[in-house]
Write a protein that binds this ligand. Structure first.
Ligand SMILES: Nc1ncnc2c1ncn2[C@@H]1O[C@H](COP(=O)(O)OP(=O)(O)OP(=O)(O)O)[C@@H](O)[C@H]1O
Length: 382
């Protein structure tokens, strides 16, 4: 798990209260409530067009909210121009200034802020060394690789010493090893220098590895925010279960039936059923709702191939293996069960092959359940 941010001085770096920005053509963000403590790394994920960039632009002051309040370091900021917000932003695919060398790029923000020459030189050297571009200070961007150019743009933002840094897909277009190296350098920098970072990423693994907290946004709404492990394990909305994780969860509509005479509760999903005695808390939580249907979200670790008969309270199904993806130490197996596709992990040595029929057990108690109408989590106390 990612370490918690250091305890701040009690004042949040950022506070958004019911912030909305709706574009006339549709899109934008809607009633966002968000508090970011000082020293936190917050990662924001969501599908394309969900409002992630709009959120950063609102914080940066490049976009005016239609409603709601933005506070930076405890003071109202709605009317504050971008340059007086004490933050630095790196835009998606933003290039370095081509006419300046690396040192000139890194010094740019500090010069604009009127800092003393010695301070600028010291800071440029420090940032450059930290980001692995210390030997390239007199090169022009055209003489750098793509990864080095990204480091320059990132360094330009970090060198300003801004207390809040907003990063919109800062590592896109880099290959995975470069991404993870640059991410590690950024984390190391932030842990040393403090400061607050809000990072928007399409890459979930990156977002999870980067953020003390992960925020999931869809259609302009903030659906969930929490520690990455918590968002993964306890998604508050069906969309979060499907979106977060690689792969996301498979969702299956189930029926819950109470048989008071027999003192039991049955669960039915396509091709399988399970039964528990009345009073079993997690199933009572599902049964005690007006609607009898529930959505079950299964992550790969909730599905396991079995060799023995399943027990009554955990259904077994037979899946037909459709595909096998090598994922390093493990393989991710996709199996078709009726109209659904379930995924599970297997070891290369004993894993099934495409076309095989595999009995699968579902670990229902660890899985998540959602209201089919609202998509909201049904808490089962698990
Ligand atoms: N200046 C604008 N004028 C009108 N509509 C806009 C404007 N900026 C963004 N939008 C719309 O608002 C929605 C959210 O856009 P935004 O750029 O915030 O999404 P995003 O989550 O950052 O997407 P991506 O991951 O593709 O970068 C989109 O539907 C977009 O078309």
């Amino acid at each position: 798990m990612n370490a918690s941010p250091p305890a701040g001085a009690g004042v949040s770096a950022l506070e958004l209260i019911e912030v909305s920005r709706r574009y006339p053509e549709g899109g934008g963000v809607e009633a966002i409530d968000l508090e970011v403590p000082r020293g936190e790394r917050l990662a924001v994920v969501g599908p394309s067009g969900s409002g992630k960039t709009t959120l950063l632009r609102l914080i940066a002051g490049l976009e005016r909210p239609d409603g709601g309040a933005i506070r930076i370091d405890g003071t109202p900021a709605n009317e504050r121009p971008p340059r007086r917000r004490g933050l630095a932003m790196v835009f998606q695919e933003q290039p370095p200034y081509p006419h300046l060398d690396v040192a000139g790029n890194l010094a740019f923000g500090l010069k604009a802020r009127g800092r003393a020459r010695e301070e600028i030189q010291g800071r440029v050297r420090e940032v450059a060394d930290r980001l692995g571009i210390g030997g390239m200070l007199s090169r022009r961007p055209a003489q750098l690789s793509g990864g080095e150019r990204r480091r320059v743009v990132l360094g330009r933002a970090l060198a300003t010493g801004a207390g809040i840094v907003l990063l919109d897909e800062p590592f896109s277009a880099l290959d995975p090893p470069l991404r993870s190296a640059l991410r590690a350098d950024l984390i190391a920098w932030q842990e040393r220098q403090g400061g607050t970072i809000v990072l928007v990423s399409h890459d979930q693994a990156e977002a999870m590895a980067f953020g003390h907290r992960l925020a999931v946004i869809r259609g302009g709404h903030l659906l969930q925010i929490g520690a990455p492990a918590e968002v993964y394990a306890r998604p508050s909305h069906r969309f979060v279960a499907e979106f977060v994780g690689d792969p996301g969860a498979s969702v299956i509509r189930c029926r819950i039936r109470v048989d008071p005479d027999a003192g039991r509760i049955d669960g039915l999903l396509p091709g399988a059923s399970w039964t528990v005695p009345r009073g079993t808390p997690w199933m009572e939580a599902l049964a005690g709702r007006p609607r009898r249907e529930v959505d079950l979200a299964l992550r790969p670790e909730h599905v396991e191939p079995i060799t023995t008969e399943a027990s009554a309270d955990s259904p077994s199904l037979v899946g037909r293996v459709e595909g096998v993806e090598p994922r390093g130490f493990l393989r991710l197996v996709s199996a078709r069960v009726g109209e659904h596709r379930l995924r599970f992990w297997s070891r290369p040595a004993d894993g099934p092959e495409p076309g095989d029929r595999v009995p699968l057990r579902l670990r229902l108690r660890d899985a998540s359940w959602f209201d089919p109408d609202t998509g909201e989590e049904i808490r089962t106390g698990g």
